[in-house]
Ligand binder design. Sequence first.
Ligand SMILES: C[S@@+](CC[C@H](N)C(=O)[O-])C[C@H]1O[C@@H](n2cnc3c(N)ncnc32)[C@H](O)[C@@H]1O
Length: 427
Amino acid sequence: MLSACQMMQTALEHVGLSATTASWFVGDSPLGGRGIVAARDISAGEILFVDRPLIYGPRAGSVTPRGCTVCWRIRAPSFIKCHICALTLCSEKCQNSEIHANDCALISRWANKIPVEEIDDTTVSKALTPIRALTLDERGKRFLSSLKAHESPQHGSEIKDLKQYFEVNEEDEEFMVLTCRVLDTNAFQIPSAYCSEEMSLRGLYPVAGLMNHSCMSNTKHSFDRYFGMIVKATRSIPAGAEVLTCYAGLLWGTPARRRHLYKTKHFLCACARCADPTERGTLLAALKCFSPECQGSILPVEPLKMSTAWRCLDCGMLVPANNICAIQAALGSLMGTLNFENAIELEEFLENRITKFVPRSNQIVVDLQCRLIWLLGETDGLRWHDEIPIVDTLYMLAYIVTLRAALVQYSENNAINTSWSALYFPL
Ligand SMILES: C[S@@+](CC[C@H](N)C(=O)[O-])C[C@H]1O[C@@H](n2cnc3c(N)ncnc32)[C@H](O)[C@@H]1O
């Protein structure tokens, strides 16, 4: 384990900075453990660091699609299963690549428990990221081991699954399980490029992993084509303030964000946005009043308590937490099943159906509006770069401008950051 001073030194070296050139340092955080703290006043737009992943590879979730473990393609005329290690590949070229030779050499050190043909290749792919950690040098392993790691038994299931098929030795198993725990606590999703039909990946960015969370973060990040993670300030950060990122969806309402953070990162966020029942006036979590005569919105009375009752802003009616949970669960399953063929179907659902049940401010409506814009931009004849008929253009622009104005307002009210809405709306 590295001391705080060694951690700071290792972090700086990793991102090619020194104590004099970095605008931040690694210090104690009131939120828990370590955090990144501004060493001087930082201006909005400044790049804080460009982090490199110690390891990266497939994500382990149940919805991770099958894809090539070299080029990450999820669509190919056919996929091959390596006859030595059972990893998924899309072509002979990928099979003969150096990347695959390294992965295959790691896995083939362990004897198979069953014939390769019977091994489930997606199980091996899901364990590939922690498997790759075995190739880190001593310094990399020490850095990885010094990152925060959650201990509950759910972390490391990839390795348990892998052991059905291979005789993994104790030392490798121990390090890979630790890696899974570190990944689940610190890894960032690396989104696939627009329209690329590739798997989205996870990367262990050890310096970015030191950033704590706030639902009103003061940074944003993007990736370069070499998987470098560029972390930028989105607002000015005064010297001594903590540099924060957001681990949850910015457009999710408070109950959704807090549930996600609790389940995946094991803490209950208590930031100013979570503590405000109205979420700075955005009412993202609001539901419609249960009273048939009332058109009001209901909101949590004490949002930091999971068991809080909700109250209507108009008629004052109180609704117990259990009823709210039942509605949220029903809405959640409904959203999981929705699959719209085209923008017209989605717009019909948005305008005539869902808004009967939830207020227009609700995160579901906002999410569907974002999907509608996405679909419009993907529709033949309506693509951003196509010649678009004038009526459709006006319609689309009016829609986007209205929505964009609402979201910019939301951003300002919420003091989240001033530029995230540009991510969604490249106008
Ligand atoms: C990626 S680590 C962040 C760095 C960590 N604080 C450290 O000491 O290395 C994520 C973990 O930090 C803690 N954490 C981050 N943000 C938090 C917050 N806003 N409130 C409470 N705990 C937080 C949680 O335990 C979380 O799972």
